[in-house]
Design a protein around this ligand. Structure first.
Ligand SMILES: [Zn+2]
Ligand SMILES: [Zn+2]
Length: 261
């Protein structure tokens, strides 16, 4: 079984820290662990986040503060760690990538940053809509002022662009927009189908993510069922993913996810 989305979030990266995740994953019968770090950790990606930190509003100030606490690691440090891990042998197969926030205006920049290194995979994620981090618990009240239909439309439009960019192999948590239980009043069936068709056309995999269930106590177990059936209909390959940020969540609910799928 695969856990296709695990964050180490440690500086410096060490084999000991990775081994903690591996130990827990093995207890849960995981055979492949995909490690990926957020692009917002790495200095090289800083320019791409301009739209989320420059705004002089409460949201802008909050996000600027949030961002300043995270962006710190030179990408080379992560690459060196990956090189070291690849020299060793481990009881599970370990793959390495980055979870890269998608900003349509920074496609070329993203391509330039990731080029020249042998990543096992690159995961694209929609985390920001018009400079707003919609999944941040600290500013979730912002949702109350939003037109939810329009937020969903923008979220899926960005996702379509992300897929079209062909920058990524995997699409992260394709229904993370439901994080705080705001839902549109229009039917998402056509949206799910068009995303599924597009993923297939662009030869991308997507996640069946337990991230919201684990990290946000979301009541839904993984992916929305209608979305899941659209993906199955289009034969899009699914990656089971815990979105673990700590060792104890590595491989969590993956067995149940395989059964559910
Ligand atoms: Zn994410
Ligand atoms: Zn993640």
């Amino acid at each position: 079984m695969i856990d296709g989305h695990v964050h180490l979030e440690k500086d410096p990266y060490t084999i000991d820290w990775l081994s903690e995740f591996i130990r827990v994953a093995i207890e849960r019968s995981i055979s492949e662990l995909y490690i990926l770090e957020h692009s917002h950790r790495f200095k090289e990606f800083a320019p791409a986040y301009n739209s989320v930190i420059l705004d002089d509003t409460d949201i802008g100030r909050y996000q600027r503060n949030w961002f300043s606490k995270r962006l710190s690691v030179p990408l080379e440090k992560y690459k060196n760690f990956i090189r070291a891990v690849r020299q060793g042998s481990f009881p599970v197969k370990v793959k390495f990538g980055i979870e890269i926030c998608y900003f349509p205006e920074y496609e070329d920049e993203i391509e330039r940053i990731v080029s020249g290194f042998d990543w096992d995979f690159l995961t694209g994620a929609v985390h920001w809509i018009d400079g707003w981090g919609f999944d941040h618990p600290a500013i979730k009240e912002v949702w109350k002022e939003k037109n939810v239909n329009s937020v969903y439309e923008k979220y899926y439009r960005l996702m379509e662009k992300l897929i079209h960019s062909d920058l990524y192999n995997h699409l992260a948590h394709p229904d993370s927009i439901k994080c705080f239980n705001y839902y549109p009043d229009y039917d998402l069936k056509d949206t799910y189908l068009s995303i599924a068709e597009l993923l297939k056309k662009h030869n991308m995999k997507t996640e069946f993510s337990l991230g919201l269930h684990i990290n946000y106590s979301h009541k839904e177990f993984g992916l929305n069922k209608e979305f899941l059936s659209a993906l199955k209909q289009q034969k899009v390959e699914l990656i089971t993913a815990s979105d673990a940020h700590v060792p104890e969540n590595a491989g969590k609910y993956i067995k149940e996810a395989y059964e559910f799928i």
